[in-house]
Design a protein around this ligand. Structure first.
Ligand SMILES: Nc1ncnc2c1ncn2[C@@H]1O[C@H](COP(=O)(O)OP(=O)(O)O)[C@@H](O)[C@H]1O
Ligand SMILES: [Mg+2]
Length: 223
């Protein structure tokens, strides 16, 4: 197993008026490729902050973050954009599908963002929707789909360009347990069969059982 993400001595402070919030303090983590890792911890414990730093969407105040041995800390924004577009997919709690586009078009949008050659788009979109079990719903707009189905479209969009790494921030938080487990089982399958690496945040113990690794945060520290 090789290490895909490594963080050393990460601190992330936020200024709020005259206060400083220590969202992350001295965080060291290591995430191996081809694993499903859960970031657990109460609301406000720093999960999203850590995910944003590991996904090169945010910079730490101090400390180092590496993706595939590349030091992200001092890279320019355009280099980080490039690494993100080619290697990393994101899934968010609030789904964020484009409401005027149907499922097929939303997934296709993921390929547009990743800069994939259009001649491959149709095959990749169909394959990805099939993978999440929604090939029969591809003409449906988001409002014609259930919450769980919408989240599966978001996953199809995140995986369509075949990134190495997926970050999913509370992807099951707005779903009932059954739909939530379906999402996590889908992640399990992507890790076991498609060699992806997935990091998701959750505070649901029933989801945590399905992970390879758990990183637990409390008040911005790994415990
Ligand atoms: N942009 C921001 N500005 C100020 N404070 C922030 C910001 N983002 C997060 N925080 C604070 O950092 C802490 C960790 O937040 P977050 O990473 O969102 O936690 P979690 O995802 O575990 O709920 C919280 O106290 C939160 O209020
Ligand atoms: Mg969060």
């Amino acid at each position: 197993m090789s290490e895909l993400i490594k963080a050393t001595k990460i601190c992330r402070d936020f200024k709020q008026g005259s206060n400083i919030i220590h969202a992350l303090s001295d965080v060291n983590i290591s995430i191996n490729s081809k694993t499903l890792t859960m970031l657990a911890g109460r609301s406000g414990s720093g999960k999203t902050t850590l995910m944003n730093i590991a996904g090169a969407l945010d910079r730490p105040t101090s400390g180092k973050i590496y993706f595939d041995s590349i030091d992200l800390t001092d890279l320019s924004e355009s280099k980080k954009d490039d690494i993100r577009r080619k290697n990393i997919g994101f899934v968010f709690q609030s789904v964020a599908l484009i409401s005027v586009l149907n499922a097929y078009e939303n997934v296709e949008f993921g390929l547009r963002m990743a800069g994939v050659n259009p001649k491959y788009w149709d095959d990749l979109v169909r394959e990805s929707l099939k993978f999440v079990g929604l090939e029969k719903r591809m003409k449906h707009k988001p409002h014609q789909l259930s919450g769980g189905e919408q989240q599966r479209v978001a996953i199809a969009r995140a995986i369509v360009s075949r990134p190495k790494l997926i970050f999913a921030d509370e992807p099951t938080a707005e779903l009932d347990t059954k739909s939530g487990l379906k999402i996590v089982n889908l992640f399990r399958h992507l890790v076991d069969e498609e060699n992806m690496t997935i990091v998701m945040t959750t505070h649901d113990p029933s989801m945590i059982e399905l992970s390879d690794d758990v990183i637990k945060l409390e008040d911005g520290r790994v415990i």
